[in-house]
Design a protein around this ligand. Structure first.
Ligand SMILES: [Zn+2]
Length: 197
């Protein structure tokens, strides 16, 4: 019998026969985005932030309070940084600043709030909220941060706002297939057998 750990895709974390990595996404994205991942998120096969990071669609950073925090990650960035946050003080401007970097926290409300409590660099960034969007279609997880949207849906919404509708649609197609296949794998008892890498 095939080793279930070896048969898991290292990028999307799905079983090989349900891998979604062949879906086309036009890269690079026209916006700079970075996903900050809580360590626990990296262990979760259902994490859409992990999916964006591991498939190379978005830059991703594994957060650590002292060894790899916002100050370490963004020391050399000299263009505007914004934190996507459902309680952002400012809405997105009509014309986004050139080379702006959008940072999304991936994880539960509790994890994201913990990161902001312990990371003054990230906490002090200007917070922007996305314009109202369709309700989240996420059914894999609860307690996501971005106004009820998963991280992937938030990035897709940001792209859509910036007139990158093709990539936004591609990301949503990835989201739907990933979610569908994840549920299939879960129903097959796959996640009782192995953890994604
Ligand atoms: Zn895959």
């Amino acid at each position: 019998m095939q080793n279930p750990i070896l048969s898991s895709c290292i990028h999307c974390a799905l079983p090989q026969h349900l891998c979604v990595c062949d879906l086309q996404i036009n890269l690079p994205l026209p916006l700079q985005c970075c996903i900050i991942l809580h360590a626990r998120e990296m262990e979760k096969a259902s994490s859409t932030g992990r999916l964006l990071y591991k498939t190379g669609i978005c830059r991703g950073e594994l957060w650590h309070r002292t060894q790899h925090n916002g100050r370490h990650m963004f020391t050399h960035i000299d263009h505007p940084c914004y934190l996507l946050h459902p309680q952002g003080e400012i809405t997105l401007p009509a014309a986004l600043p050139e080379r702006a970097l959008f940072i999304a926290l991936d994880g539960t409300w509790q994890q994201a709030n913990k990161i902001l409590r312990q990371d003054s660099f990230l906490a002090d960034l200007p917070r922007v909220r996305l314009p109202p969007a369709d309700p989240s279609q996420l059914c894999l997880r609860r307690n996501q941060l971005q106004g009820g949207l998963s991280t992937l849906e938030s990035i897709a919404s940001l792209l859509k706002y910036n007139a990158a509708s093709i990539q936004a649609a591609q990301l949503m197609a990835l989201f739907e297939k990933f979610q569908h296949h994840h549920l299939m794998a879960r129903n097959q008892g796959y996640y009782n057998l192995c953890k994604p890498v």
